[in-house]
Design a protein around this ligand. Structure first.
Ligand code: HEM
Length: 511
């Protein structure tokens, strides 16, 4: 056990005693039995925590409570529980935890996903809505199409690096929209910085639920750096410096290009040109909100695209059916456009099933309860961290029969609108209530065009060994927050000479 947890355990006596002495309006939700003082520390896995959480859901029900040295964690495992609490009671479930490690020591407190509920988060959400509100998205369609066609060209040229190409696509799209910056190559400086920082965030800072001993005992932040167990302070200082570069560098790029008059119009440049508005607070909000949009766009899009690829590798029948549909609507002489969308119901079903089956962020991001609450007779204490367990919901057999199978046909059935909404993965995979993902409208367009254009132009299948035998993709998940499959082998190639020709024509039309 980490020596810092031992220090924490000693300090915990008084804390736990204090909490127990408070009056509770009912029992806590059920959950796995904690050990004295440390609670469920040993039950929390750094890898695929959603699997453990879903096992508890089967055992204890749709509201499960665990604690780490007194800090309550509540997992909501059904559409009803997430809807009742995170959506309907959003005004008390919309806060984010004041994590000392992630927020204060690593400098993430101003990132949108960590901002406390209140004026600052409302100002940030307004900016996000200005950038990615449903009404704004059509203005990005030409840029999305350009980026999609370049992405496909890169996949054709170098298929095995599909993850890097997807990062460049997603990061490049947001860098263009937000900062007017054009990424140069897969190793572009801002893309590399983004990759490094998102990895620090999800696999280091937020690993294992993101709770560090210092979050429970904030006074630990005053430990001298020579003291045993103070290693986290050194790591935090290193990560904070990186995070500051990540926030500042692309923003400084826009400001410098505005001053030089070389800027490409973007969300930031447009707002910065309005000098009247540019108070220090506005600039602060803009800089951090812009960074949050950029950082949130990469691993999420990579996760969805990798699951789409994997589904196509494992289900050639679904690929063939979708390609037939695209061919009949789009034909061989052009690439798909947004106006084709209403005529492609099976592609739509593939998109929905990819979101459900892939579950990009299986435990969403934690919310913090702002007041004591009682739900179905169970007491949920103020300060509890609330996880919407999207994995459990999207694997619920009553809602999605044969839930572990990739079955796009499940979305082709006509069902009444209430049931359709309940079975729509978009009701869950983008999170809940007042913190629901503000990138959802962009994803709806960008990922749709991405997968439709892949279906129109590429074939995807299992890779083959030297003897021509198919290689089963080996799948592993090592990211603590995003369900990104580690790179797997597959074969990606153009469907035909004609497909290559229309791709070249699209490129020529741009230049
Ligand atoms: C397929 C892609 C994506 C998925 C599945 C996804 C999913 C999520 C989820 C589950 C959350 C947590 C919501 C909660 O706390 O309840 C979230 C938050 C967020 N997402 Fe996304 N996201 C995606 C793409 C994007 C993109 C492209 C952007 C920006 C361009 C974005 C920006 C954000 C931001 C800023 C937050 C924090 C919101 C807040 O705390 O108020 N996301 N996303």
């Amino acid at each position: 056990m980490n020596s810092l947890w031992v220090v924490a355990a000693v300090l915990a006596f008084s804390f736990v005693w204090h909490r127990k002495s408070k009056a509770q309006a009912g029992p806590l939700p059920p959950g796995p039995t904690p050990v004295p003082i440390l609670g469920n520390v040993r039950d929390l896995t750094a890898k695929e925590l959603w699997l453990a959480a879903t096992k508890w859901a089967k055992q204890f029900g749709d509201v499960v409570h665990v604690h780490i040295v007194g800090q309550g964690l509540v997992f909501l495992n059904s559409p009803e529980a997430t809807m009742d609490l995170l959506d309907r009671k959003g005004s008390i479930y919309g806060d984010k935890p004041a994590l000392v490690m992630a927020g204060e020591l690593c400098g993430c407190e101003t990132m949108v996903a960590f901002t406390r509920y209140g004026d600052e988060s409302r100002r940030q959400r307004r900016l996000l809505n200005q950038a990615f509100g449903v009404q704004v998205i059509p203005s990005y369609h030409p840029l999305i199409a350009t980026e999609t066609h370049s992405f496909i060209q890169r996949l054709v040229a170098d298929p095995s690096n599909y993850i890097d190409h997807t990062r460049r696509y997603a990061g490049g799209l947001t860098l263009s929209v937000i900062y007017g910056y054009e990424a140069v190559g897969n190793n572009d400086k801002f893309l590399s910085l983004g990759e490094e920082c998102v990895d620090i965030l999800s696999n280091k800072i937020a690993s294992g639920g993101g709770i560090w001993p210092v979050d429970i005992f904030p006074s630990l932040k005053h430990l001298p750096t020579w003291a045993p167990g103070s290693g986290f302070l050194i790591k935090a200082a290193e990560w904070k410096a990186k995070m500051e570069e990540f926030v500042d560098q692309p923003y400084n790029f826009v400001k410098a290009s505005l001053t030089a008059g070389t800027h490409v119009p973007s969300f930031c440049s447009m707002l910065l040109e309005d000098k009247e508005k540019c108070s220090p607070q506005f600039e602060f909000d803009l800089k951090h909100t812009a960074n949050s949009m950029y950082s949130a766009s990469m691993d999420t899009t990579i996760t969805v695209f990798c699951h789409f690829l994997l589904a196509m590798v494992l289900h050639p029948e679904a690929l063939a059916k979708a390609q037939k549909e695209v061919d009949s609507v789009v034909g061989p002489d052009r690439l798909p456009t947004f106006s084709d969308r209403p005529s492609l119901p099976f592609v739509e079903a593939i998109f929905s099933e990819t979101l459900r089956w892939g579950v990009p962020v299986p435990l969403s991001l934690p919310h913090r309860l702002m007041e004591d609450d009682v739900y179905r007779g169970m007491f949920i204490p103020k300060g509890s961290l609330i996880f919407g367990n999207i994995w459990a919901i999207t694997r619920d057999e009553t809602l999605f029969p044969n839930a572990s199978a990739f079955l796009p046909e499940r979305y082709m059935e006509k069902v009444d609108p209430a049931l359709a909404k309940k079975r729509d993965p978009r009701s869950y995979v983008f999170g809940f209530g007042r913190r629901r993902c503000p990138g959802v409208n962009l994803v709806e367009s960008s990922v749709w065009l991405m997968i439709t254009t892949v279906l129109a132009t590429l074939n995807i299948s299992k890779a083959k060994d030297d003897f021509g035998n198919p290689i089963e993709p080996k799948i592993d998940f090592n990211n603590a927050v995003f369900r990104i499959p580690d790179k797997f082998q597959c074969d990606i190639r153009p469907r035909s000479e004609q497909a290559l020709k229309v791709l070249r024509q699209a490129e020529a039309a741009r230049s």
